[in-house]
Design a protein around this ligand. Sequence first.
Ligand code: KPL
Length: 313
Amino acid sequence: MKIAIIGCGSLGLLWGARLAQTGHELTLITRTQEQQQSINDQGIQIEWLDGKAQTIPVCAKWVQDCFPSSFDFILVTVKQVHLAEVIPVLQQITHPATRLLFWQNGLGHEKQIARLKNRPWTYAAITTEGARKISDHRVKHTGTGEIAIGAFPDFLPTDPILEKWIAELIDRFGFQINLDGQIAKKMWEKLAINCAINPLTALEQIRNGELLKPTYTWIMKQICAEVVAVANRKGFSFELSNILYKVTSVCQQTAQNISSMLQDMQKGVQTEIDYLNGAVVKYGKEEKVPTPINEKLVKQVHQKEEQQMSKKR
Ligand code: KPL
Protein backbone atom coordinates (compact mmCIF):
# COMPACT_ATOMS: atom_id res chain seq x y z
CA MET A 1 0.00 0.00 0.00
CA LYS A 2 1.05 3.58 -0.58
CA ILE A 3 0.75 5.29 2.79
CA ALA A 4 1.24 8.96 3.64
CA ILE A 5 1.35 10.86 6.90
CA ILE A 6 0.42 14.49 6.54
CA GLY A 7 1.54 16.64 9.45
CA CYS A 8 4.89 15.89 11.05
CA GLY A 9 4.47 17.07 14.61
CA SER A 10 5.09 14.71 17.52
CA LEU A 11 2.35 12.25 16.57
CA GLY A 12 3.19 12.29 12.85
CA LEU A 13 6.88 11.57 13.54
CA LEU A 14 6.00 8.81 16.03
CA TRP A 15 3.76 7.10 13.49
CA GLY A 16 6.32 7.75 10.76
CA ALA A 17 8.91 5.83 12.78
CA ARG A 18 6.48 2.97 13.29
CA LEU A 19 5.07 2.71 9.78
CA ALA A 20 8.50 2.95 8.12
CA GLN A 21 9.12 -0.50 9.61
CA THR A 22 6.04 -2.18 8.14
CA GLY A 23 7.19 -2.65 4.53
CA HIS A 24 4.61 -0.34 2.97
CA GLU A 25 5.70 2.55 0.76
CA LEU A 26 5.64 5.48 3.17
CA THR A 27 5.80 9.22 2.51
CA LEU A 28 5.83 11.91 5.18
CA ILE A 29 4.25 15.12 3.94
CA THR A 30 5.61 18.20 5.67
CA ARG A 31 4.29 21.76 5.92
CA THR A 32 7.76 23.29 5.49
CA GLN A 33 10.60 22.64 3.09
CA GLU A 34 13.10 22.82 5.99
CA GLN A 35 11.42 19.92 7.75
CA GLN A 36 11.30 17.90 4.54
CA GLN A 37 15.06 18.38 4.09
CA SER A 38 15.84 17.61 7.68
CA ILE A 39 13.87 14.32 7.60
CA ASN A 40 15.31 13.26 4.25
CA ASP A 41 18.89 14.06 5.30
CA GLN A 42 18.80 12.61 8.81
CA GLY A 43 15.86 10.18 8.97
CA ILE A 44 13.51 10.17 11.93
CA GLN A 45 15.51 9.98 15.13
CA ILE A 46 13.31 8.49 17.78
CA GLU A 47 13.78 7.67 21.42
CA TRP A 48 11.37 4.88 22.35
CA LEU A 49 9.73 4.45 25.75
CA ASP A 50 12.43 2.01 26.90
CA GLY A 51 15.09 4.67 26.25
CA LYS A 52 16.44 3.01 23.08
CA ALA A 53 17.29 5.42 20.29
CA GLN A 54 16.82 4.58 16.62
CA THR A 55 17.37 6.39 13.34
CA ILE A 56 14.85 5.44 10.70
CA PRO A 57 15.28 6.53 7.07
CA VAL A 58 12.03 7.75 5.54
CA CYS A 59 10.98 9.64 2.45
CA ALA A 60 9.60 13.12 3.09
CA LYS A 61 7.96 15.46 0.64
CA TRP A 62 7.11 19.11 1.08
CA VAL A 63 3.35 19.53 0.73
CA GLN A 64 3.79 21.81 -2.30
CA ASP A 65 5.78 19.09 -4.10
CA CYS A 66 3.43 16.19 -3.47
CA PHE A 67 1.29 16.62 -6.60
CA PRO A 68 0.53 14.53 -8.52
CA SER A 69 0.42 11.55 -6.20
CA SER A 70 -2.24 9.17 -5.08
CA PHE A 71 -2.13 7.40 -1.73
CA ASP A 72 -4.19 4.42 -0.56
CA PHE A 73 -4.00 5.27 3.08
CA ILE A 74 -3.40 8.60 4.80
CA LEU A 75 -2.87 9.42 8.44
CA VAL A 76 -3.86 13.04 8.90
CA THR A 77 -1.90 14.20 11.94
CA VAL A 78 -2.00 17.98 11.49
CA LYS A 79 -3.50 19.95 14.36
CA GLN A 80 -7.16 21.04 14.20
CA VAL A 81 -5.95 24.59 13.46
CA HIS A 82 -4.37 23.43 10.17
CA LEU A 83 -7.05 21.01 9.05
CA ALA A 84 -8.94 23.50 6.88
CA GLU A 85 -5.88 24.20 4.71
CA VAL A 86 -5.07 20.49 4.34
CA ILE A 87 -8.49 19.41 3.02
CA PRO A 88 -7.91 20.61 -0.59
CA VAL A 89 -4.54 18.82 -0.57
CA LEU A 90 -6.19 15.61 0.62
CA GLN A 91 -8.76 15.87 -2.14
CA GLN A 92 -5.98 15.92 -4.74
CA ILE A 93 -3.70 13.18 -3.39
CA THR A 94 -6.38 10.55 -2.78
CA HIS A 95 -8.79 8.39 -4.77
CA PRO A 96 -12.32 7.28 -3.81
CA ALA A 97 -11.03 4.13 -2.08
CA THR A 98 -8.35 5.91 -0.03
CA ARG A 99 -8.66 5.32 3.70
CA LEU A 100 -8.27 8.58 5.64
CA LEU A 101 -7.55 8.50 9.36
CA PHE A 102 -7.98 11.80 11.21
CA TRP A 103 -5.96 12.04 14.45
CA GLN A 104 -7.00 15.45 15.78
CA ASN A 105 -7.65 16.32 19.39
CA GLY A 106 -10.94 18.00 20.21
CA LEU A 107 -14.07 18.51 18.19
CA GLY A 108 -14.69 20.26 14.92
CA HIS A 109 -13.27 17.99 12.25
CA GLU A 110 -16.59 16.70 10.95
CA LYS A 111 -17.15 20.07 9.26
CA GLN A 112 -13.79 19.85 7.53
CA ILE A 113 -14.18 16.19 6.52
CA ALA A 114 -17.55 17.06 4.98
CA ARG A 115 -15.71 19.30 2.47
CA LEU A 116 -14.10 16.23 0.86
CA LYS A 117 -15.91 15.07 -2.27
CA ASN A 118 -16.36 11.36 -2.96
CA ARG A 119 -14.01 10.20 -0.18
CA PRO A 120 -16.30 7.99 1.91
CA TRP A 121 -13.65 5.99 3.84
CA THR A 122 -13.00 8.48 6.62
CA TYR A 123 -12.11 7.51 10.19
CA ALA A 124 -11.27 9.22 13.43
CA ALA A 125 -8.39 7.88 15.46
CA ILE A 126 -8.20 8.70 19.14
CA THR A 127 -5.06 8.23 21.13
CA THR A 128 -3.93 8.99 24.64
CA GLU A 129 -0.28 8.19 23.87
CA GLY A 130 2.30 10.86 24.59
CA ALA A 131 5.08 12.02 22.26
CA ARG A 132 7.32 15.08 22.17
CA LYS A 133 8.82 16.62 19.08
CA ILE A 134 12.36 17.69 19.84
CA SER A 135 13.26 19.09 16.44
CA ASP A 136 12.04 18.77 12.85
CA HIS A 137 13.24 15.15 12.63
CA ARG A 138 13.61 14.12 16.31
CA VAL A 139 10.85 12.77 18.52
CA LYS A 140 10.57 11.08 21.90
CA HIS A 141 7.83 8.60 22.74
CA THR A 142 6.81 9.69 26.23
CA GLY A 143 3.82 7.63 27.25
CA THR A 144 1.67 4.66 26.40
CA GLY A 145 -2.08 4.89 26.01
CA GLU A 146 -5.15 3.71 24.21
CA ILE A 147 -5.59 3.82 20.46
CA ALA A 148 -9.13 3.60 19.07
CA ILE A 149 -10.26 3.93 15.46
CA GLY A 150 -13.80 4.25 14.20
CA ALA A 151 -15.77 5.39 11.18
CA PHE A 152 -16.35 9.14 11.36
CA PRO A 153 -18.48 11.11 10.80
CA ASP A 154 -20.67 8.49 9.11
CA PHE A 155 -21.26 4.83 9.71
CA LEU A 156 -19.27 2.57 7.32
CA PRO A 157 -19.58 -1.11 6.44
CA THR A 158 -16.92 -3.54 7.69
CA ASP A 159 -13.62 -2.57 6.13
CA PRO A 160 -11.25 -5.49 5.44
CA ILE A 161 -8.46 -3.14 4.30
CA LEU A 162 -8.46 -1.21 7.56
CA GLU A 163 -8.80 -4.39 9.60
CA LYS A 164 -5.83 -5.99 7.84
CA TRP A 165 -3.70 -2.88 8.45
CA ILE A 166 -4.61 -2.85 12.13
CA ALA A 167 -3.88 -6.58 12.44
CA GLU A 168 -0.45 -5.99 10.88
CA LEU A 169 0.32 -3.23 13.39
CA ILE A 170 -0.78 -5.33 16.34
CA ASP A 171 1.33 -8.19 15.05
CA ARG A 172 4.39 -6.00 14.40
CA PHE A 173 4.32 -3.79 17.50
CA GLY A 174 2.26 -5.73 20.01
CA PHE A 175 0.15 -2.76 21.09
CA GLN A 176 -3.60 -2.82 21.07
CA ILE A 177 -5.69 -0.82 18.63
CA ASN A 178 -9.42 -1.07 19.17
CA LEU A 179 -11.93 -0.72 16.39
CA ASP A 180 -14.66 1.33 18.00
CA GLY A 181 -18.22 1.40 16.72
CA GLN A 182 -18.95 4.51 18.82
CA ILE A 183 -16.00 6.72 18.03
CA ALA A 184 -17.96 9.96 18.53
CA LYS A 185 -18.46 8.98 22.17
CA LYS A 186 -14.76 8.18 22.47
CA MET A 187 -14.02 11.65 21.07
CA TRP A 188 -16.02 13.25 23.88
CA GLU A 189 -14.16 11.11 26.40
CA LYS A 190 -10.80 12.20 24.94
CA LEU A 191 -12.10 15.78 24.85
CA ALA A 192 -12.72 15.64 28.59
CA ILE A 193 -9.18 14.29 29.14
CA ASN A 194 -7.63 17.05 27.01
CA CYS A 195 -9.82 19.76 28.57
CA ALA A 196 -8.56 18.72 32.00
CA ILE A 197 -4.88 18.21 31.16
CA ASN A 198 -3.92 20.56 28.35
CA PRO A 199 -4.85 24.06 29.59
CA LEU A 200 -3.63 23.46 33.14
CA THR A 201 -0.26 22.10 32.00
CA ALA A 202 0.08 24.97 29.52
CA LEU A 203 -0.83 27.70 32.02
CA GLU A 204 1.24 26.28 34.86
CA GLN A 205 4.10 25.11 32.61
CA ILE A 206 4.15 21.64 34.13
CA ARG A 207 4.33 18.04 32.91
CA ASN A 208 1.20 15.87 32.87
CA GLY A 209 2.23 13.90 35.97
CA GLU A 210 2.24 17.01 38.17
CA LEU A 211 -1.50 17.32 37.74
CA LEU A 212 -1.87 14.40 40.14
CA LYS A 213 -1.32 16.85 43.05
CA PRO A 214 -4.55 17.60 45.01
CA THR A 215 -4.74 21.31 44.00
CA TYR A 216 -4.98 20.29 40.38
CA THR A 217 -7.18 17.20 40.80
CA TRP A 218 -9.78 19.47 42.39
CA ILE A 219 -9.80 21.85 39.40
CA MET A 220 -9.77 18.94 36.94
CA LYS A 221 -12.88 17.56 38.62
CA GLN A 222 -14.71 20.85 38.03
CA ILE A 223 -13.58 21.03 34.41
CA CYS A 224 -14.69 17.47 33.75
CA ALA A 225 -18.03 17.97 35.52
CA GLU A 226 -18.85 20.68 32.97
CA VAL A 227 -17.71 18.55 30.02
CA VAL A 228 -19.77 15.60 31.27
CA ALA A 229 -22.86 17.82 31.71
CA VAL A 230 -22.57 19.10 28.13
CA ALA A 231 -21.78 15.65 26.69
CA ASN A 232 -24.76 14.11 28.48
CA ARG A 233 -27.02 16.80 27.05
CA LYS A 234 -25.59 16.07 23.59
CA GLY A 235 -26.63 12.43 23.99
CA PHE A 236 -23.27 10.93 25.10
CA SER A 237 -23.78 9.47 28.50
CA PHE A 238 -20.80 9.52 30.92
CA GLU A 239 -20.26 9.10 34.65
CA LEU A 240 -18.02 11.80 36.11
CA SER A 241 -16.19 9.23 38.28
CA ASN A 242 -15.33 7.18 35.21
CA ILE A 243 -13.97 10.20 33.34
CA LEU A 244 -11.90 11.24 36.36
CA TYR A 245 -10.46 7.75 36.55
CA LYS A 246 -9.42 8.01 32.87
CA VAL A 247 -7.89 11.46 33.38
CA THR A 248 -5.86 10.14 36.32
CA SER A 249 -4.65 7.11 34.32
CA VAL A 250 -3.56 9.33 31.41
CA CYS A 251 -1.67 11.64 33.82
CA GLN A 252 0.05 8.57 35.27
CA GLN A 253 0.83 6.92 31.94
CA THR A 254 2.10 10.15 30.36
CA ALA A 255 3.56 11.63 33.56
CA GLN A 256 6.78 12.77 31.86
CA ASN A 257 4.98 14.18 28.85
CA ILE A 258 4.78 17.83 27.94
CA SER A 259 1.19 18.16 26.73
CA SER A 260 0.63 19.25 23.15
CA MET A 261 -0.74 22.58 24.38
CA LEU A 262 2.31 23.28 26.50
CA GLN A 263 4.51 22.30 23.51
CA ASP A 264 2.58 24.82 21.37
CA MET A 265 2.94 27.54 24.02
CA GLN A 266 6.66 26.91 24.27
CA LYS A 267 6.98 27.20 20.49
CA GLY A 268 4.85 30.37 20.48
CA VAL A 269 2.27 28.90 18.06
CA GLN A 270 -1.51 28.85 18.19
CA THR A 271 -2.92 26.25 20.58
CA GLU A 272 -5.95 24.00 20.13
CA ILE A 273 -7.87 25.62 23.01
CA ASP A 274 -10.79 26.66 20.77
CA TYR A 275 -11.33 23.03 19.72
CA LEU A 276 -11.05 21.71 23.29
CA ASN A 277 -12.43 23.81 26.18
CA GLY A 278 -13.69 26.31 23.57
CA ALA A 279 -15.80 23.56 21.98
CA VAL A 280 -17.25 22.68 25.39
CA VAL A 281 -18.21 26.33 25.93
CA LYS A 282 -19.77 26.52 22.45
CA TYR A 283 -21.79 23.31 22.84
CA GLY A 284 -22.66 24.31 26.42
CA LYS A 285 -24.22 27.53 25.09
CA GLU A 286 -26.19 25.55 22.51
CA GLU A 287 -27.52 23.26 25.24
CA LYS A 288 -27.90 26.00 27.86
CA VAL A 289 -25.43 24.24 30.17
CA PRO A 290 -23.20 26.69 32.06
CA THR A 291 -19.46 26.15 31.61
CA PRO A 292 -17.77 28.98 33.61
CA ILE A 293 -14.56 27.09 34.44
CA ASN A 294 -13.93 26.09 30.83
CA GLU A 295 -14.73 29.62 29.70
CA LYS A 296 -12.21 31.06 32.15
CA LEU A 297 -9.54 28.63 30.95
CA VAL A 298 -10.16 29.58 27.31
CA LYS A 299 -9.60 33.26 28.19
CA GLN A 300 -6.47 32.54 30.23
CA VAL A 301 -4.95 30.35 27.53
CA HIS A 302 -5.66 32.98 24.88
CA GLN A 303 -3.96 35.63 26.99
CA LYS A 304 -0.88 33.50 27.58
CA GLU A 305 -0.82 32.36 23.95
CA GLU A 306 -0.81 36.02 22.87
CA GLN A 307 2.10 36.81 25.23
CA GLN A 308 4.09 33.82 23.96
CA MET A 309 3.37 34.65 20.32
CA SER A 310 4.41 38.28 20.78
CA LYS A 311 7.71 37.16 22.36
CA LYS A 312 8.37 35.16 19.19
CA ARG A 313 7.61 38.11 16.87
O1 KPL B 1 -3.40 14.17 23.99
C1 KPL B 1 -2.59 14.59 24.78
C2 KPL B 1 -1.99 15.91 24.46
O2 KPL B 1 -0.96 16.27 25.01
O3 KPL B 1 -2.58 16.58 23.60
C3 KPL B 1 -2.32 13.85 26.07
C4 KPL B 1 -3.00 12.50 26.01
C5 KPL B 1 -2.87 14.66 27.20
C6 KPL B 1 -0.90 13.53 26.29
O4 KPL B 1 -0.14 14.64 26.65
